[in-house]
Design a protein around this ligand. Structure first.
Ligand code: GDP
Ligand code: MG
Length: 229
């Protein structure tokens, strides 16, 4: 859509998923605020953090969603996944059970995001009646919009996915807590081969000592950017 090209900003919704206590919230706080909390329990408060990243001179906003601890009850809602164009699927290298859960998280991610791609529309009408398709400006990421006379809620980030008419999502498998190598239960090779099987990027991180945290998010953001440009 020519209306939407040139000088636009991008907003990418990225979700953090994985079992409880694998370090999702600490990865996010390390990335967004360079903070680590040794006593963090359930996530309280904010649903997402927005981080601005420069990709090839373009300002990209990554809106990174963190669960509020619902994953403990397997109660992550579809709203959490809706419109996501990237995901970090996190496990804890010191707890094999969290690695076994990765497939379940991937299934949930795939089924839910595809469901929402079908529900939404790649075309929406703005307040002035202009039809838009494809990349859109990100001033107002969530709003109701008219589509064929029906009011539909369009997330602008969703349109990035829908306009491509496929289910491409940038997904990264993250083995966190690599500082705890002495009590590791999942080898790097196992992580790598699962990622290869499932077509994911793979990285090991430590939110505690900062290893690869920035890199993990940046690879996902760059991949989303590459997918749409
Ligand atoms: P979440 O439930 O997935 O959001 O996990 P949290 O971020 O709340 O972290 C759970 C626990 O693991 C907390 O006690 C953190 O301090 C700890 N933790 C998180 N990341 C790391 C890490 O990279 N290394 C180590 N050693 N501990 C971590
Ligand atoms: Mg958390």
């Amino acid at each position: 859509d020519e209306n939407c090209e040139g000088g636009e900003e991008y907003l990418f919704k990225i979700v953090l998923i994985g079992d409880s206590a694998v370090g999702k919230s600490n990865l996010l706080s390390r990335f967004a605020r360079n903070e680590f909390d040794a006593n963090s329990k359930a996530t309280i408060g904010v649903e997402f953090q927005t981080q601005v990243v420069d990709i090839d001179g373009k300002e990209v906003k990554a809106q990174i969603w963190d669960t509020a601890g619902q994953e403990r009850f397997r109660a992550v809602t579809s709203a959490y996944y809706r419109g996501a164009v990237g995901a970090l699927v996190v496990y804890d290298i010191t707890r094999r059970t969290t690695f076994h859960s990765v497939n379940r998280w991937l299934q949930e991610l795939t089924s839910t995001s595809i469901q929402y791609q079908n529900v939404g529309a790649s075309i929406y009408k703005d307040e002035n009646g202009g039809l838009h398709n494809g990349l859109v400006r990100t001033a107002d990421p969530f709003r109701g919009s008219q589509y064929h006379g029906k009011t539909v809620l369009i997330e602008l980030a969703l349109i990035v996915t829908l306009s491509q008419n496929d289910s491409t999502m940038a997904r990264m498998l993250v083995g966190n807590k690599c500082d705890l190598d002495n009590i590791r239960e999942v080898s790097t090779e196992e992580g790598k081969s699962l990622a290869e099987e499932e077509g994911l990027f793979f990285i090991e991180t430590s939110a505690l000592d900062c290893t690869n945290v920035q890199t993990a998010f940046e690879i996902v953001i760059r991949e989303i950017y590459n997918n749409i440009s």
